[in-house]
Design a protein around this ligand. Structure first.
Ligand SMILES: [Zn+2]
Length: 340
């Protein structure tokens, strides 16, 4: 299995401008209180990665309990809103509307250059190298940036493009970018992407089962998500300002993610944390919030060493899969592997 290290000069402010992100967070927190504030409509769950029950509460945030699984190290919200309540939220909350009208539109150009193009190229390379499905159909689950389809089309690997349940308000943009918008893709996809989806699913396992159902044998699944194994989340913990409900119900550990994906009938092709922002995010959170108390060594590294030291440290985080931005490629088992 591959572990990949990535270097570029990615900056948080470019892909997530603070003004837009702060407003989105404010709305999300207010809306979560309104939509999920009462205990009805919330349900207790076991660890979404490994199924272990009885995890203790690690911290509370905005009235929600984040639990830490002792078996696999994943952080997850329980009790959590039911799938029906979450669907209602993503259809009709002000945060959902803000995402479509501002966040997705106004950050699209910078994200295209910095993130979307790289994701498309990553996927294309692995489909080219390892693709065994014989299919030329591509799908994206929960499309959040419709320009993705334009980038994917340039790869020349597919003949048909499906956007499966794009985010509220983005369906028309997906069509304009060349995709068929559908509640479900036809079975037999060569590749399915689900970028920044796993963290807000009621059930990550159900999402993977669904993905498996849509892929051809030998078809590939490409995920990005945030992981609890990452430096900034481990360091900031409950003070990480960009972790909130319902966007972040599942912050699964690397180990938990791998176990979950293999358990759902996939072979792992790549599991990397090519994140470049852990140090920057930690510095920014500490500067903005006087209640953040960094461990002495981290404070020294961040504030008394130069940019080169910080870059080296970020490279080490990537190399050893300790950044909080994870990407995983996995292949649906071939027919000959099934039924063992
Ligand atoms: Zn677990």
């Amino acid at each position: 299995m591959k572990h990949v290290v990535v270097q570029s000069d990615l900056r948080e402010a470019e892909i997530r401008p603070p003004r837009l992100l702060n407003r989105f967070r404010e709305l999300s927190i207010e809306d979560a209180r309104e939509f999920f504030g009462s205990p009805e409509g919330q349900i207790e769950v076991d660890c979404p990665a490994c199924g272990q029950a009885g995890a203790p509460v690690a911290f509370e945030k905005n009235g929600f309990k984040y639990r830490l699984c002792a078996t696999c190290g994943s952080l997850y919200v329980s009790p959590r809103p039911t799938a029906a309540r979450l669907a209602d939220y993503y259809r009709s909350s002000r945060a959902a509307q803000y995402r479509a009208e501002h966040l997705a539109r106004e950050t699209s150009a910078a994200r295209r250059v910095r993130v979307i193009h790289a994701n498309a190229y990553w996927m294309g390379r692995l489909v080219d190298e390892a693709g065994k499905s014989g299919s030329r159909i591509y799908g994206d689950l929960g499309t959040n940036y419709p320009v993705l389809f334009e980038e994917i089309a340039q790869l020349g690997l597919f003949d048909q493009y499906f956007s499966i349940e794009p985010f509220h308000g983005l369906a028309e943009s997906c069509r304009q970018a060349g995709a068929v918008v559908a509640a479900e893709a036809p079975a037999g996809l060569a590749a399915l992407t689900a970028f920044e989806q796993l963290e807000h699913q009621f059930s990550p396992r159900e999402m993977l089962d669904r993905a498996r159902g849509m892929l051809a044998p030998g078809g590939q699944l490409f995920l990005t998500t945030r992981t609890a194994s990452g430096f900034d989340i481990q360091t900031l913990w409950d003070k990480a300002p960009y972790i909130y409900v319902p966007e972040h119900l599942n912050l699964l550990s690397i180990e938990g993610l791998e176990r979950l994906i293999e358990g759902a009938g996939f072979d792992l092709i790549e599991s990397s944390t090519p994140g470049q922002l852990d140090i920057e995010l930690t510095q920014a959170a500490a500067a903005a919030d006087p209640t953040v108390s960094l461990p002495r060594f981290i404070d020294l590294l961040l504030n008394r060493r130069d940019a080169e030291a910080r870059e080296d440290f970020q490279a080490l985080l990537q190399k050893h899969r300790l950044s909080s931005h994870v990407r995983i490629a996995a292949m649906k088992k071939l027919l000959t592997d099934c039924g063992k």
